[in-house]
Design a protein around this ligand. Sequence first.
Ligand SMILES: NC(=O)c1ccc[n+]([C@@H]2O[C@H](COP(=O)([O-])OP(=O)(O)OC[C@H]3O[C@@H](n4cnc5c(N)ncnc54)[C@H](O)[C@@H]3O)[C@@H](O)[C@H]2O)c1
Length: 352
Amino acid sequence: MPRSPSVAAVLTMLCSRSIGRYRFHVAEGPVLPRSTARRFEWVEISLDGKVAVVTGAGPNIGSGIALALARYGAKVACNDIDPAAAQATVARVERNGGTAIAIPGDVTDEKVVTGYLDEVVETWGQIDIVVNNAALLGGKGILDESIEFFTDAVRVAALGNFLNTKHAGRHMAERGIRGSIVAISSSNGWSGSAGVIAYAFHKGGVNNFVRAAAMDLAPYGIRVNSFTPTAPTPDNPELIAERGPGGVLDNVRARGIGGTTGDEEWRRPARWAGSRPPFVPMGTTGTPTDIGHCVAWLCSDYARLITGCDLVVDGGARAKNFAYLPAPAGDLAGPAPVIPLERTGELDRQAW
Ligand SMILES: NC(=O)c1ccc[n+]([C@@H]2O[C@H](COP(=O)([O-])OP(=O)(O)OC[C@H]3O[C@@H](n4cnc5c(N)ncnc54)[C@H](O)[C@@H]3O)[C@@H](O)[C@H]2O)c1
């Protein structure tokens, strides 16, 4: 079993420079005298010994999070309603030296949820981390959405978060496990986009679910946080092979995520259809690898007092004032180089 990677605490991450692959040190700093250097101890973060459950561990963000948790040392149980998707993520984790099992099933079915959580406990003895990632993306705007899709999308978000947090939370509370539960939100949970009314509704719900669950579980030392990715560029080699490179930002749809909204005379465009300026201050919203690193840190004991919060990885997109347009990508320095999680060498690609 290869050694799990390590990172330093989030402040360190924010102002750090990578030295080697996974070791971080605040600033470059002066060269230390030999005696000082020998005494210096790196701050390392590891999820070694922890057991994680990731729901909706399909090929994009869920797979990236599962891979990250495994690379930081956790054993990872990969859920998805599509058994093949769960199995593909297990294979990706194993290919990269980690330990994983597939726990396929529908996150909205209580018997199924308790069944796969029990299976994880039977296999590895405990659950320390849950990432509620399963969701139905897409949909339509308020004028066109169907009751069927709206209900399904809200159901997956609501019951997926509720049932997994409830039963994993009970497991942790009963055994004195000071675990970490993360709900994957979206920029659409914090501000409005045209064309995704169901998604906006349930992601907004996720954000306050997290705060309330954090209050319920704080007495047990269990933390509940949301995590907000924003249109990351896929970096799973299998997904790129299947769909080609690029993400949502490279394939902007004029009429809104989810497809057309009709072409009747009275329709007005939901979105700007021309070429677009870069809306992201750092020039990129990153990849599932960027998300994975930060979720792993949030699930580590270094984040022991972070609960009821949201961690956002979006290159500054949410912080931006509506009236300000960042400079063109070519004029920006861009972020520091990405620290890859794929060890296969298939893809050490960065979005920037
Ligand atoms: N892709 C983006 O641009 C983006 C941006 C912000 C937030 N997010 C959020 O990140 C998370 C992952 O998004 P993604 O882009 O990887 O989407 P995705 O559609 O690739 O993955 C979601 C997975 O959830 C699974 N799923 C759906 N219903 C389920 C159910 N009832 N039970 C179990 N599994 C179920 C799907 O099969 C799928 O594999 C979601 O919560 C999404 O809302 C995505």
